[in-house]
Design a protein around this ligand. Structure first.
Ligand code: CA
Length: 362
């Protein structure tokens, strides 16, 4: 931070300068009011100003600064030997943010600075800052995907705790909204994780062949509808499925299709159709989900593994990699395949295919 000191007493000025520089602040120092006002044009982040200055006193300095458009919003803290209430009231009326009484301790100064910085910054920005910090700490591996929504929850709670006594109802509401959104994302993600591990568990100990049958058309239609409703895109969805049975559980195919159809909606703008078909042919049941969005590169398609996530900059796509991993695990478990190809040559869209064995009618 850049801090301007206006103090006529050289020993106090130098002590303050050393203290602030030791704490990584940049210091501008002035010995009287006019010099201080001139330096304030440099837009310091905070001004520490003595009241008892020769000539122009501290009250006159703040009055002058509050009239200058470029300087009127700079946080202003009085340094004063006089802690009388009247002085304080007068200073506050002139727009001072705080008082530090001389003689002061290092803690007094640093606490006052920290408080000014906090108050300057809207809470939402501070949550963002916390999140960025945590993201950096967590790193860019799969745990990122698990941790991100929870960071919003923890960051919001941390701030509410810190500000519990002074928080405005509006700020509180906004923070609670942030916490709820994070919690909901985490809930969705947890459900996906549970499903993914369930599928992995079944791979290790699969049910014996032919014992578990899934009505494909019903499950596919249910999953597609679920995704379209969640994305508010029911008007863009077309589903056309042949009746037929495939190995596996209805709930798993429904969830897998919902993930893939959800991705298709994410990658294509509203108004663009997403088509879901289920076709019986040559002993296979082929489910195809086609969108007209920007699609993926061949490299991205090859990278469809658990926890990988594409277009990471789109935060609303959290959990995408896990969704595709669920689709792949569901297909594997049924003894089939899941793969992604361009919707058509030269097309921006994506075709996701479940190629599954068709079971003989029971
Ligand atoms: Ca003085």
């Amino acid at each position: 931070m850049k801090i301007l000191i206006i103090e006529d007493e050289p020993s106090i000025r130098d002590t303050l300068r050393d203290l602030l520089e030791l704490n990584d602040h940049t210091v501008l120092a002035a010995g009287d009011g006019p010099e201080g006002i001139a330096l304030a044009a440099d837009r310091p982040d905070l001004i520490l100003c003595d009241i008892g200055l020769p000539g122009m006193d501290g009250y006159e300095v703040i009055s002058a600064l509050r009239r200058l458009p470029a300087c009127q919003d700079i946080p202003f803290v009085f340094l004063t030997a006089r802690a009388e209430r009247d002085d304080q009231r007068r200073g506050m009326a002139l727009g001072a943010d705080d008082y530090i009484t001389k003689p002061f301790t290092e803690r007094d100064i640093l606490d006052s600075i920290a408080a000014r910085v906090r108050r300057q910054q809207p809470l939402r920005d501070r949550v963002e800052q916390l999140l960025t910090q945590r993201r950096t700490e967590v790193g860019a591996n799969w745990s990122h995907e698990l941790m991100t929504p929870l960071n919003g929850v923890l960051g919001g709670l941390e701030l509410i705790e810190a500000e519990a006594d002074t928080i405005e109802p509006g700020e509180l509401k906004s923070l609670l909204g942030l916490i709820r959104a994070g919690a909901e994302r985490q809930h969705t993600l947890s459900k996906k994780l549970v499903l993914y591990f369930e599928l992995e568990g079944l791979k290790a100990a699969p049910p014996s062949a032919g014992t578990v049958r899934c009505a494909a058309a019903v499950s596919v239609a249910a999953g597609a509808a679920q995704a379209a409703q969640a994305e508010r895109r029911t008007a863009d969805l077309t589903v056309r499925c042949d009746p037929g049975h495939v190995p596996g559980y209805d709930a798993h195919l429904t969830a897998a299709v919902a993930e893939v159809v959800g991705n298709a909606f994410h990658f294509s703008p509203p108004g663009q159709p997403v088509t879901v078909t289920g076709t019986c042919q040559g002993g296979r049941y082929r489910i195809e989900i086609v969108d007209h969005g920007p699609g993926m590169t061949a490299e991205q398609r090859a990278n469809v593994t658990a926890f990988k996530q594409f277009h990471r900059n789109h935060s609303e796509q959290q959990g995408l990699g896990l969704g595709l991993a669920i689709a792949r695990a569901t297909a594997d478990l049924a003894g089939g395949r899941f793969f992604l190809t361009p919707a058509a040559p030269e097309s921006a869209g994506l075709r996701a295919t479940f190629d599954l064995p068709l079971l003989a009618p029971a």
